[in-house]
Ligand binder design. Structure first.
Ligand code: GLN
Length: 201
């Protein structure tokens, strides 16, 4: 049984929990740092990235989250979660966790388009993912190791770097769970690849 946590400092936590359901997956709501220890994967929900960063610091999560990603365990960030994971944030001196090699721009759609919905093809997931954007960021640049999974009007809105997955929109706010199940599969595969082979008898 794999264990996936949803960081519950702020944002749409319960919606993520629902979308992660799988027969071989236990989903945990993460409120304390110690809970990270026995997780196989972690989701960063949307919300407000500066508030979330403040809470990450306040509850002592910063170093533990850096360690979590350094261990190669899968992480999935949506919207503000994506901003937390980015190496660089346009117009700011420094990113937050800086675990994924990309530059993001916050609130990149301007005031007129604060929130909207569209359907997008997402590489490796499906041709018709329903994407809900809410004061969403865009991925402006990506490093060599980052694979672009989805674009909207020529701008990057979903990407993957090894076991790290991020999107500008909110797949948890729809009934379509395919994007989350793609992450569950990623966690499953990362566990299979780290399993010790049985000793020869
Ligand atoms: N605009 C928010 C931020 O910059 C993100 C919005 C969201 O997560 N829905 O953090």
């Amino acid at each position: 049984m794999m264990k996936i946590g949803v960081l519950a400092l702020q944002g749409a936590v319960r919606e993520h929990v629902k979308s992660l359901q799988a027969p071989d997956c236990e989903v945990v709501i993460v409120k304390r740092v110690e809970q990270l220890n026995d997780l196989d994967g972690l989701v960063f929900p949307g919300g407000e990235s500066t508030t979330m960063r403040r809470l990450v610091d306040k509850y002592g999560f910063f170093e533990a989250l850096k360690e979590f990603s350094a261990s190669g365990k899968p992480m999935f960030g949506t919207c503000a979660g994506l901003i937390l994971m980015a190496e660089d944030i346009s117009g700011q001196d420094q990113g937050h966790l800086q675990v994924m090699d990309m530059e993001v721009e916050r609130n990149a759609f301007g005031r007129q388009r604060e929130s909207f919905e569209t359907t997008l093809p997402v590489l490796g997931v499906a041709e018709d993912i329903e994407a809900v954007f809410i004061r969403a960021p865009l991925i402006k640049n990506v490093g060599e190791r980052v694979e672009i999974l989805a674009e909207y009007n020529g701008e990057i809105v979903a990407a993957r770097q090894d076991n790290l997955l991020a999107c500008s929109f909110h797949p948890e706010l729809t009934t379509d769970i395919r994007f989350h199940q793609y992450f569950v599969q990623l966690v499953r595969e990362s566990l299979e690849s780290t399993e010790q082979p049985l000793a020869a008898t």
